[in-house]
Design a binder for this molecule. Structure first.
Ligand code: SAM
Length: 233
């Protein structure tokens, strides 16, 4: 799991989300007005969050959930308000601080423990469900499968995650993105072919007790992402 390629990628992502993009993420994930393109991204992300939350049982009292790559914490808050005991972890200490500040004091029966670090760390403990919304989209197919293998070791019921599905339009955006100076651009998305990912999950000995369940593509302007559920076979 801790291959040189993974560590290199993880460090680029951490730099980006903890330095370059903090203000953009603060704004995108708030109610502040945003321009047309960003508004479509915000709307798509709201639909994605609702879709993933809908894959979880309605009553989450007593359930332990990992919000893996929690960003500013919106999903963690909604899960906690349904009663879950949430561990919300992100590589970016700045985003974790923002998430902690934004979380309401009264979460009813739920609670959230905020941590900065790697989502795959064993020290986070065991979970009923893990949710990784748009936090695996910068990794290669091989790294995504390795991360799922690692997370599955301590998951009782389901792992929900998203991928950036490979489409001709995304391939063009990917190529255009490469024309910007390196310092100004986000770590490029790693578009993944859903069929190839499902095959590799099916072939992984470490995931032999798991299978891909529901999956759904969500597109809203410049936002395109595909929800997945990995469940015990
Ligand atoms: C696109 S943001 C999405 C944040 C949040 N899930 C949401 O949907 O608003 C991706 C987040 O994943 C985090 N991330 C990426 N790789 C991670 C890893 N290996 N461990 C923990 N966090 C990670 C990044 O720091 C970033 O905040």
């Amino acid at each position: 799991m801790n291959s040189a390629a993974y560590l290199q990628r993880r460090s680029e992502i951490q730099n980006y989300f903890d330095r370059t993009a903090v203000d953009a993420w603060r704004k995108l994930t708030s109610d502040a007005p945003v321009s047309g393109i960003r508004a479509t991204v915000r709307a798509g992300r709201d639909r994605m969050r609702a879709t993933l939350l809908n894959y979880l049982p309605q009553d989450l009292r007593g359930a332990r959930i990992l919000d893996a790559g929690c960003g500013t914490g919106a999903l963690a808050v909604e899960a906690a308000l349904r009663g879950a005991d949430v561990v919300a972890v992100d590589l970016s200490p700045q985003l974790v601080d923002l998430a902690r500040t934004r979380a309401p004091e009264d979460l009813g029966a739920g609670r959230i423990t905020f941590l900065s670090g790697d989502m795959t760390a064993e020290t986070h403990g065991d979970f009923d469900h893990i949710v990784a919304m748009d936090s695996l989209i910068h990794y290669s197919t091989a790294d995504i499968v390795a991360m799922l293998e690692r997370l599955s070791e301590r998951t009782r019921h389901s792992i929900l995650f998203t991928i950036a599905p490979r489409t001709p339009a995304l391939a063009v955006m990917h190529a255009v993105g490469r024309m910007f100076p390196r310092g100004d651009r986000s770590p490029a998305l790693s578009p993944v072919a859903p069929g190839a990912l499902h095959r590799r999950i099916g072939e992984s000995p470490d995931l032999s007790l798991w299978e891909v369940g529901r999956h759904q593509r969500i597109k809203s302007g410049f936002y395109q992402s595909m929800a997945h559920e990995l469940v015990r076979a």
